[in-house]
Design a protein around this ligand. Structure first.
Ligand code: SOE
Length: 396
């Protein structure tokens, strides 16, 4: 078999998402037949020593200390953006205008205005065969992809209720230090855009319906936090005791909102959403439940290989069936292990690379597109507008 053409990747950023994406670029061609062979050509980071250490650890061939060099280099075909949201628009638009494919982490941007400009740039670049995608990786969790398949097959009938929660607890301690995720100028919003965006995208995608209006409440439980390490100019972690210098939290700690959907082919569903970093004991409980006229589906990422399904056609006492999503006919699963062995968080990123590289090889645009991610951005903005106006109903 002739070796596939290389797809030379330049990644910006190398923290949590950079590590997850690096794993995906390395692993995808080893478990899936891809039309192009991903190469980890260069990683960019402002600190040369740290970027070099990351390149060695994550398997990148070279290092740049300025992301603009990745875009200038003619040995790079795709830019993978794994940085905080305040940098997404500048990097993505420059890359697209230079003819580089783009994978951009979620949320797409820190504002609707930025997301609109990115979408225009993506649509212009698409005319030249340039591909772009936003990294809502939970779509590639086999159980959620199976949920979408069930909805498309009509096994739930018309969707009436959509219930989405994303529960974490890493900020429950008031002395947990400041991070970029708590600084609106970097992150755009708090739990709303960081984890609520996943719930919005997953709910819309699985249900095949778009949110048209919301009523919301945002809350910041801890308004100030200790500045740690590099945030106070100290080498290591700063003094996290009570008298350490403290920074102002400028984002939401938790978001709750109700939503109306457009219904696709039928009457629109109604939804309730919750995103928080204070649900003590919940570590990464990204949950989705759909109730339709013929059945219900329920998913919890903390039990990510299972999809619970209630089929109204079965006897009423049948209850919810727990489907262990590890059969070869389930989405993505057949390329991994024998039935019953299960997958993890990182597999969603690998499947994301598989679908992206396959789309590039086939000359088509993958999902979610920047336009799909712009719709999520509009919902985020509507939630913030509603919360700022006494939870008044806000059209998206
Ligand atoms: C938040 O803690 C977070 O890291 C998100 O930013 C990621 O998108 C999600 O995959 C895991 O949780």
């Amino acid at each position: 078999m002739t070796p596939a053409q290389p797809l030379r990747v330049g990644m910006v950023g190398y923290a949590f998402m950079g590590a997850a994406h690096s794993h995906a670029w390395r692993t995808a061609p080893r478990f899936f037949d891809l039309p192009l062979q991903p190469q980890l050509t260069a990683v960019a980071g402002r600190n040369a020593d740290a970027a070099k250490a990351a390149a060695d650890k994550l398997g990148w061939d070279s290092v740049e200390t300025d992301w603009r060099r990745l875009i200038e280099r003619d040995d790079i075909d795709l830019i993978d953006i794994c940085t905080p949201g305040d940098t997404h628009a500048e990097i993505a638009i420059a890359a697209l205008e230079a003819g580089k494919h783009v994978l951009c982490e979620k949320p797409l941007a820190n504002s609707v205005e930025e997301a609109e400009r990115m979408t225009l740039a993506a649509e212009a670049a698409a005319k030249q065969g340039v591909v772009s995608m936003c990294g809502f990786s939970y779509r590639r969790t086999p159980a959620l992809a199976l949920a979408k398949r069930f909805v498309e097959q009509g096994r739930l009938g018309e969707i009436r209720h959509i219930r989405a929660q994303y529960l974490q607890d890493w900020l429950s301690d008031a002395n947990a230090p400041m991070t970029w995720r708590l600084d609106k100028s970097k992150s755009g919003s708090g739990s709303l855009g960081d984890i609520g965006a996943h719930s919005i995208d997953a709910a819309q995608w699985v249900a095949g319906q778009s949110i048209t209006g919301v009523s919301a409440l945002l809350e910041t439980f801890v308004p100030e936090r200790p500045l740690a390490g590099d945030l106070v100019g100290l080498g290591g972690h700063g003094d996290l005791s009570g008298d350490a210098p403290r920074g102002k939290v400028t984002v939401d700690d938790a978001a709750i909102f109700s939503a109306k959907f457009d219904g696709g082919a039928s009457a629109g569903a109604i939804g309730v959403f919750e995103a928080t970093r204070y649900a003590l004991g919940r570590k990464n409980a990204m949950r989705l439940e759909l109730n339709g006229t013929k059945g219900s589906l329920a998913f919890d990422f903390e039990d990510m290989n299972v999809l619970s399904f209630y089929d109204a056609a079965e006897s009423p006492d049948a209850g919810f069936r727990k489907i262990f999503v590890t059969e070869p006919e389930h989405p993505y699963v057949g390329n991994w292990w024998p039935t019953g062995h299960g997958l993890g968080y990182e597999h969603g990123f690998t499947h994301q690379v598989v679908d992206l590289v396959t789309a590039i090889g086939e000359g088509r645009q993958p999902e979610p597109s920047f336009a799909d991610a712009l719709q999520v951005q509009r919902v985020l903005a509507a939630v913030e507008a509603s919360a700022a106006n006494s939870s008044q109903w806000q059209k998206v």
